[in-house]
Write a protein that binds this ligand. Sequence first.
Ligand code: SAH
Length: 357
Amino acid sequence: MTALAERIARLIAVQGPLSVAQFMTVTLHDPKSGYYATRDPFGRAGDFITAPEVSQMFGEMLGLWTVQAWRHQGEPSPARLVELGPGRGTLMADALRAAKVMPEFLKATEIVLVEASPALKKVQEETLAAAACPLRWTDRFDDSLRDRPLFLIANEFFDALPVRQFVAADDGWHERMVTAKDGRLFFALAPSPTPGLIAAGTRGPADAGAVYEVSAAATALMEEIAGTIAVKGGAALIVDYGHRGEGYGDTLQAVRGHQSEGVLDNPGDADISAHVDFSTLAQAAQAAGAATFGPVEQGDFLTALGIVQRTEGLALRAGNQADVWNDLERLILPDRMGSLFKALAVLPPNTPKPEGF
Ligand code: SAH
């Protein structure tokens, strides 16, 4: 049992069971033992690999997409480019290098990295030390990011936001809680149903035992982003693994050392995430006045942006051509990251379809 699990069990003994969302927040962000707060989890030696860590082409494509969106909106100045949850800073480094094709964009744009983890902020500072433009960090999406056109990218960020889970029964939806006995953590259902809860969107009736996941944090954040874009202009590109909000299911998962494990097995030492519900995110963006496009599958999106041609160019200069093509396959093939990962774009109202959608 991890030190954090013991602390969580003591907390539950004192104040009662935690919602799954509260459990996620503590395990990911506890300042002393939280998963992100204390480590750099990426790469072969770490727990998982993300698209920008697979290939420089991923960040380059997202950077070029953003520059295009900025041009289509008449090259607003001043503008802002925000990345949510930049991990090692690799995506931003690749995006900024690609954006050099349009120096006016870099001149007009303030670059802000939103990162909650002090450990990862340090890694990002190192990765981006050579960036040709000034950077600033903040630990959350705050109001200082809402006063100008907002260009925003986020890869595998929304999946880390806390979800609550509800389980269907004859008398309504019972919240799934984390509780403790004799110092051991386990799941249990709240004895009474949650009053007034109705599953959103196109889900339809739920059989007993069906699991409904809701991320209030994701919806609220999307409303702020989309509200800013609707009023000030800009464009957001959200890439994550997720679904279109049909049906029900428990998507909460823990990953440690590239292996999946029980969500309660090693709190603080395993990454915990849930699939992103793209249709609820899109609805939140539309309710805030923005237009949305997608979600489209990552493979289709990157292919439409020309990643295959980019691979040909890179392969010509690469020492080992096979590596470059392997990386491409990993990003775009349906049985690799190409299908489960999806891209959603948020733009001002009445904007024509952006590239890749
Ligand atoms: N985008 C990166 C990293 C993805 S992992 C990549 O693709 O490689 C998730 C990132 O989001 C980490 O940097 C993590 O510390 C950060 N993060 C998670 N929850 C956050 C929150 N609530 N606020 C700010 N940053 C958060």
